[in-house]
Design a protein around this ligand. Structure first.
Ligand SMILES: C[S@@+](CC[C@H](N)C(=O)[O-])C[C@H]1O[C@@H](n2cnc3c(N)ncnc32)[C@H](O)[C@@H]1O
Length: 354
């Protein structure tokens, strides 16, 4: 069986690693770099593989892949899409009497058709295939369909699959009862923990935790880790507590209403192994100049609480300012990568204390 996983653009390699580690006999075949796409194969027991895919923390969706074909960017591309969808066997995945919908997506530029046209072309081909080979016509229902097909044209490649993970993106965790206005996607929190090299047993800190996404993900991932969750705003720390309790890790996430510029006074010197955080970007919240000042004032304290060899992964739209503040606090840059967060391209910067 082949599968298509979608994820946050820029995180594909980390997602591919999670797939290989967590899904029985998984082999990654294609990685759509910066397009948030991974195609993989597994020969494991279908029910077990489905359960393992459902447990992945870095993906946004997964589909059972039924067709993959090269298509043209011109209008003739729609006929090629129709033919590939007709032959795909997708109609066999719609039980008798069930409704279905096709969700279309177009990745890249220069196509002379829209994602809505891709979806309606696939819908038509699937209905025709069902009528001709099964003698009934499945009904399209856009709201709450019983079967959802995912159809995309990724530059010149058409892919069609049956959505396995439901329409709600997997980064929207069920445990989130408090929504911070600038919340991080939980899938990105997972990726940042991995990039920081976090392991079970590490002491992990998010010094500007908002609704606690990073802290909750860390506690869910690492059963024996001590997790600190700090924010200056008591409304957010209350929310972080609620989220941690709703995720059933309330007893393992220590939440403090405190200033990230004075972490050493709260936690002591050399007390944490990993800092993973999403400070204000300055684009969504407030003024970029203020954010630079915040970085300058927060970094020295972050460097003091970090143990030697410890790492920090910080997501930022102000990379230069962050790196300058980190360097002058004695941290060295261990890596950086561009990822998409909402409509922004931002960097995850990895820092290390020598
Ligand atoms: C982008 S939000 C974090 C969102 C969080 N990752 C989530 O998923 O909910 C940044 C947070 O930094 C906090 N913050 C700003 N300055 C701070 C400071 N000096 N000390 C502690 N927290 C601070 C804000 O209150 C805000 O909640």
């Amino acid at each position: 069986m082949r599968f298509l996983a979608t994820c946050n653009p820029g995180t594909e390699d980390v997602v591919a690693r999670e797939i290989v580690e967590e899904v029985d006999s998984a082999k990654v075949e294609e990685v759509g770099e910066y397009r948030g796409r991974i195609v993989f194969r597994s020969s494991g027991e279908p029910w077990l593989v489905a359960e393992q895919i459902y447990g992945l923390r870095s993906i946004h969706s997964a589909s059972l892949l039924l067709a993959e074909a090269e298509v043209s960017p011109g209008r003739e591309g729609l006929e090629e899409v129709w033919r590939a969808a007709y032959k795909s066997g997708a109609h066999l995945h719609i039980p008798y009497g069930a409704t279905f919908a096709v969700r279309g997506e177009r990745i890249g530029e220069g196509h002379s058709y829209t994602s809505v046209e891709i979806a309606s072309t696939v819908g038509d081909a699937v209905q025709r295939a069902a009528e001709e080979s099964l003698g009934w016509r499945p009904m399209v229902r856009l709201n709450s369909p019983q079967v959802v097909l995912h159809a995309e044209v990724d530059i010149f490649t058409f892919r069609l699959g049956v959505l396995l993970t439901g329409e709600r993106s997997r980064h929207r965790r069920r445990y989130r009862v408090y929504d911070h206005p600038a919340a991080l996607k939980a899938s990105l929190a997972y990726v940042m923990l991995r990039l920081a090299g976090a392991r079970d047993g590490d002491t992990i800190l998010d010094p500007m935790c908002g609704g606690g996404t990073v802290a909750v993900e860390a506690a869910l991932l690492f059963e024996t880790s001590r997790v600190y969750c700090v924010d200056l705003n008591p409304r957010h720390t209350r929310g972080a507590r609620l989220n941690a309790e709703s995720a059933r890790v309330g007893g393992r996430v220590e939440v403090y209403t405190w200033d990230a510029r004075m972490l050493h006074e709260l936690l002591g010197e050399d007390s944490v192994d990993r800092i993973v955080s999403n400070p204000p970007y300055g684009i969504r919240l407030g003024d970029p100049v203020d954010v630079r000042i915040l970085y300058r004032e927060f970094m020295p304290s972050a460097a003091r609480v970090l143990r030697s060899g410890g790492r920090a992964a910080i997501i930022t739209a102000e990379t230069k300012a962050l790196v300058a503040a980190a360097r002058s606090s004695g941290l060295r840059m261990a890596g950086a990568r561009r990822v998409r967060h909402g409509d922004l391209w931002v960097d995850i910067v990895v820092l290390e204390k020598p």
